[in-house]
Design a protein around this ligand. Structure first.
Ligand SMILES: Nc1nc2c(c(=O)[nH]1)N[C@H]1C(S)=C(S)[C@@H](COP(=O)(O)OP(=O)(O)OC[C@H]3O[C@@H](n4cnc5c(=O)[nH]c(N)nc54)[C@H](O)[C@@H]3O)O[C@H]1N2
Ligand SMILES: Nc1nc2c(c(=O)[nH]1)N[C@H]1C(S)=C(S)[C@@H](COP(=O)(O)OP(=O)(O)OC[C@H]3O[C@@H](n4cnc5c(=O)[nH]c(N)nc54)[C@H](O)[C@@H]3O)O[C@H]1N2
Ligand code: SF4
Ligand SMILES: [Mo]
Length: 725
């Protein structure tokens, strides 16, 4: 069956499903004797499921199985009445999209061909259970690998039941390190945790550095707070090797070479100490290791730093002086900057700056990073996160960044014989894409994908199961970028044969003859258990409250001054400029820029450094990149290249080119751009390979090398060459 026919047959199935009742003229009331939920007009509250720091609240009205109103919450101050342009048409773009997968499917053609036939839920689950039992008895549970990421951020559908299932099975654990672990590891070395300034307190800041983050695209609901700060006189600096959309809201753009931020931060520390602009009292009371830091930064004088970073001595000094003198000063970091050889070291050095200048003393001063630890503290995790208590014995961890290597490693013991993908699209988002695909093509790999759409990953599945969308399941939404908790109430019954992720794992557990009581907990029970907590942040916030109001801001102390008097979450309770713990492990106790061993890809054959960032306005990672009107709005995949590099390769705007290296090649359109410096090119991440000219997307080029700490990826260290097609 070709792709078009398959689409038609799925569309037909949905339509006849709906028309069936209408044509027969049967009133469902007569059949059931009660009013089905579908018939009633009702309005529910919910929240966006995406892996986005904003976690917007919404309201949905549905009637007879249709959505008649889908709007941002007008009452939630953070959402402020607007969803982003990726999500305004969400019901049509995802839930009711004709391409949506609404029945289980079984592969009929070769892996990757996208040829499938319908299969019933119970038949498919029983076939899978048979194969799993076989794998467990021959290779052991660790031959099974779950690959679930943040397709939905909901606490229930993200991993609540799946983590129990894979623990019970004794499966390998997935190191979920592709996003944020490197950043968090670096920040925590200095501060012990990542929760600092809250986003709303940005309005008090007088000097804001957006350091390696692009909020105009990635965190749009932060912008009103930034605008308010600007109105009150704050100056905004963007530090980014790429002139991102956020340059438009900055007063000053500093453009370092990628991966050199640790040097810039250490040179700022050098300057602040040299110019005596540090807060001696704060440092004496609430930090450790200032003398070690002082001698360490001697070698990072602005002249040396200028050579490494490509930023002038004057700019480095000016930045340091202004940052120290404009109190309260704020540094906003997020994630993007982590994906390099020195990613954690950069976050580590940057996290020291607020303590050095005493920025933490006042509201709006300090580091603004993540907020998820607040939810970690107050929710009843022990009640829902049961994996550790279920698992018997140690289980190996497989780093998701290395999926390609792992699936193609002939010596791995036990080999991965089965892969379960949910909430993710690894064939597109994991570095070294061609190696991932080589692995996914293995005929001896049982691949199960739970999805909304026939993604590039689903095409390689043996079985695909239809997942519900956020309008069809319960969930509890926490956030990594703000302080609101949301209950997501379903507006609709599941379409077709779709089921929530949790239900998939409950049913498979049954097929595996797992009769443990924790598999029978309903989604609602999991939510209620999570909320069972006496923590003061949740005072007055329970299931009943959330059902009525949808959202609540955590009851945090006001004013929120987490480190005005120290209280760091490090072992010493202070901001640690010197890490005793790392020293004891024989590692560098201070952030550093060290020579990285060059490989053949560096310089010679592939002279251009490739940044592949999430600059897409209409996609959220690879989500929505299959929706035609959003793809059209986003335009063709492109490469932004500096004029000098374009001229030397005889390239013009609009030329189609091949970007290549030893790992792969992709086809993109040239955009000669002043947003990148000479020697750097930028290709956005998010486009699906199957919908892209040439059949590959940017991760076909990226390296699967790991960053310095935290197990994250160093994919921005990729080198490429470009030629006209
Ligand atoms: N529209 C949209 N929004 C999104 C996403 C999306 O795909 N689309 N994805 C979501 C996800 S999963 C995440 S993790 C967040 C990410 O949010 P951000 O971290 O804000 O975004 P990124 O685009 O990953 O990276 C931000 C910037 O870091 C820069 N950068 C790269 N390397 C370096 C470096 O070495 N030094 C410095 N100083 N800067 C560097 C990039 O050029 C980029 O402009 O966004 C979320 N929001
Ligand atoms: N080159 C390059 N690569 C990158 C990055 C980069 O900056 N550059 N960024 C990295 C980062 S930070 C991240 S976070 C990752 C993101 O990678 P992923 O987390 O894999 O994100 P998506 O590509 O959006 O895939 C999520 C999938 O989950 C599905 N989904 C949504 N809701 C549900 C549900 O309820 N159930 C099920 N079963 N499925 C659901 C969606 O349809 C979608 O296909 O990409 C990483 N890869
Ligand atoms: S993707 Fe982010 S900004 Fe857009 S609606 Fe969802 S949470 Fe809000
Ligand atoms: Mo991410």
């Amino acid at each position: 069956m070709d792709q078009e026919n398959k689409k038609l047959s799925r569309r037909k199935f949905v339509n006849t499903g709906i028309q069936g009742t209408t044509l027969l003229g049967l009133n469902p009331l007569l059949l059931t004797g009660r009013t089905p939920r579908e018939q009633l007009k009702k309005t529910v509250k919910g929240a966006c499921y995406h892996d986005c720091p904003d976690t917007c609240s919404w309201e949905v009205t549905s009637e007879q199985g249709k959505v008649t109103r889908f709007e941002a919450s007008s009452s939630n101050p953070f959402t402020a009445g607007s969803l982003c342009n990726k999500m305004v048409h969400f019901p049509d773009d995802v839930t009711f999209h004709p391409d949506r997968i609404l029945t289980p499917l079984k592969r009929t053609g070769a892996k990757g061909s996208g040829e499938f036939e319908r299969i019933g839920w119970s038949q498919a689950l029983s076939e899978i259970a048979q194969q799993l039992k076989n794998i467990v008895s021959h290779q052991g549970g660790e031959a099974i690998l779950p690959f679930g990421y943040a397709g939905t951020e909901g606490l229930v559908q993200n991993d609540a039941m799946s983590s129990r299932f894979f623990a019970r099975l004794g499966a390998s654990k997935l190191g979920r390190t592709i996003c944020g672990d490197t950043a968090a590891t670096g920040v925590a070395l200095a501060l012990g945790s990542t929760t600092g300034v809250l986003p709303e307190d940005m309005v008090h800041s007088k000097f804001i550095i957006l350091w390696g983050t692009n909020p105009v695209i990635s965190n749009p609901h932060l912008i009103p707070y930034l605008d308010e700060a600007k109105k009150a006189g704050a100056r905004v600096v963007l530090v980014d090797p790429y002139r991102s959309a956020s340059a438009s809201i900055a007063d000053w753009h500093i453009q370092p070479r990628p991966g050199t931020d640790v040097v810039l931060a250490l040179a700022m520390i050098h300057t602040i100490l040299r110019e005596n602009l540090w807060d001696e009292d704060y440092v004496a009371s609430y930090t450790t290791g200032i003398e070690e830091l002082r001698s360490h930064v001697q070698k990072y004088d602005p002249e040396t730093a200028a050579q490494i970073t490509g930023i002038s001595v004057t700019d480095i000094e000016h930045l340091a002086v202004q940052y120290a003198q404009s109190q309260p000063s704020l540094i906003r970091v997020l994630i993007g900057m982590e994906k390099s050889n020195h990613g954690a070291n950069a976050f580590w050095a940057i996290a020291m700056l607020p303590a050095l200048v005493g920025a933490w003393r006042k509201p709006g001063g300090g580091l603004l990073h993540f907020t998820f630890e607040l939810f970690g503290e107050c929710l009843n995790w022990e009640g829902i996160d049961l994996a550790n208590s279920i698992a018997e014995g140690e289980r190996r961890t497989i780093n998701m960044v290395e999926l390609g290597k792992v699936l193609t490693d002939h010596d791995l013991q036990p080999p991965v014989k089965s892969l379960f993908v949910y909430n993710s699209n690894p064939a597109v988002i994991v570095p070294n894409q061609n190696l991932v695909i080589e692995g996914l093509k293995r005929n001896d790999l049982l691949t199960v994908v739970i999805e909304h759409f026939m993604t590039d990953t689903a095409r390689y599945a043996d079985y695909i199961f239809p997942a519900t969308s956020q309008l069809e399941h319960w969930d509890l939404m926490i956030s990594w970028g703000q302080c609101y908790i949301n209950l997501n109430e379903p507006a609709l019954e599941p379409l077709g044969e779709a089921k929530p992720n949790c239900e998939f794992f409950r049913l498979l557990a049954k097929q595996m003859d797992f009769d443990d009581a924790y598999f029978s907990e309903s989604d609602l029970k999991i939510i209620k258990t999570a909320l069972k907590s006496k923590h003061p942040y949740l005072k007055g916030i329970d299931f009943k409250y959330l059902l009525k109001h949808g959202w609540a801001r955590l009851q945090l102390p006001d004013p929120w001054l987490p480190h005005a008097t120290g209280n760091f979450r490090t072992k010493s309770g202070k901001c640690e400029f010197y890490s005793q713990a790392l020293a004891e492990e024989g590692k560098s106790p201070l952030p550093d820029h060290y020579p990285v061993q060059k490989t053949t890809e560096d310089h010679a054959q592939y002279p251009l450094q490739l940044l592949s960032i999430k600059s897409t306005r209409y996609f959220l990672n690879t989500s929505h990149a299959n929706i035609e009107h959003l793809r059209t709005a986003e335009g063709d995949p492109k490469i932004e290249i500096h004029q000098t590099d374009a001229i030397s390769r005889n390239l013009k705007n609009g030329d189609w080119v091949m970007v290549f290296n030893q790992r792969g090649e992709i086809q993109v359109k040239v955009e000669i751009s002043q947003k990148v410096k000479e020697g750097i090119v930028m290709v956005p991440q998010g486009f699906w390979s199957s919908l892209t000219k040439g059949g590959s997307s940017v991760n076909a080029l990226t390296t699967d090398k790991l960053s310095d700490m935290g197990g994250g990826s160093a994919l921005q260290e990729t080198k490429v060459e470009v030629k006209k097609i």
